[in-house]
Design a protein around this ligand. Structure first.
Ligand code: GAR
Length: 203
């Protein structure tokens, strides 16, 4: 059984998709042992608690500096020693020590087709604003392993989504979630949990 820790910052619809997929049996051999948020008010924490899953906030605001926050965050992860860490809308720069310790065991969902609209400053709605500003006709989502860079790790799964003429960043975000993110994130977890081949070497 793959023991998963899910890291979240906001609404937690991707967390919900993972919990639903476990319930539905489309993810097998996996359980969520802990949900951690950097934001005490994240609705994602409530989603986890409603399911009886351990949920904890570790907020940078409670620490004097970034190093102390990073240490506390890592200690929280180490306490559960997960097999897999899933960044599901986790909008915090990942502490280097965490990447060093868990490299190959951290995956992230990003709301674009990497390498478009990714890297520093591209998160949440900003990604969809940039896609609309550029006038792309197709966007999508990517699940990838996390390495020391920002959105640079080996890609596991991608799914394309059409951009429609009247899209706003909000309508596009919703379609990318519904048609791509909520499908490929659970799918990637199921692949990892069941030892299916996932590309870790990059291109
Ligand atoms: C999702 O769209 C996710 O892809 C994005 O934040 C949103 C979180 O929504 N993540 C990033 O932009 C990471 N760079 P959720 O809290 O409802 O799952």
């Amino acid at each position: 059984m793959l023991r998963i820790c899910v890291c979240v910052s906001g609404g937690g619809t991707n967390l919900q998709a993972i919990m639903d997929a476990i319930d539905a049996g489309t993810i097998t051999n996996a359980e969520i042992v802990q949900v951690i948020s950097n934001n005490k008010n994240a609705f994602a924490l409530e989603r986890a608690r409603n399911k009886g899953i351990a949920a904890k906030a570790v907020s940078p605001k409670d620490f004097e500096n970034r190093e102390l926050f990073n240490e506390a965050f890592l200690a929280c992860l180490d306490a559960v020693n997960p097999d897999l860490i899933v960044l599901a809308g986790f909008l915090v720069v990942i502490p280097p020590a965490m990447i060093e310790k868990y490299e190959g065991r951290i995956i992230n969902i990003h709301p674009s087709l990497i390498p478009s609209f990714c890297g520093k400053g591209f998160y949440g709605l900003k990604v969809h604003e940039a896609a609309l500003a550029r006038g792309v006709k197709v966007t999508g989502a990517t699940v990838h392993f996390v390495d020391a860079g920002t959105d640079t790790g080996p890609i596991i799964l991608q799914k394309a989504v059409e951009v429609l003429p009247d899209d706003t960043p909000q309508t596009l975000q919703r379609r990318v979630m519904e048609q791509a993110e909520w499908q490929i994130l659970p799918q990637a977890i199921d692949m990892i949990a069941n030892g299916k081949k996932v590309e870790k070497e990059g291109v």
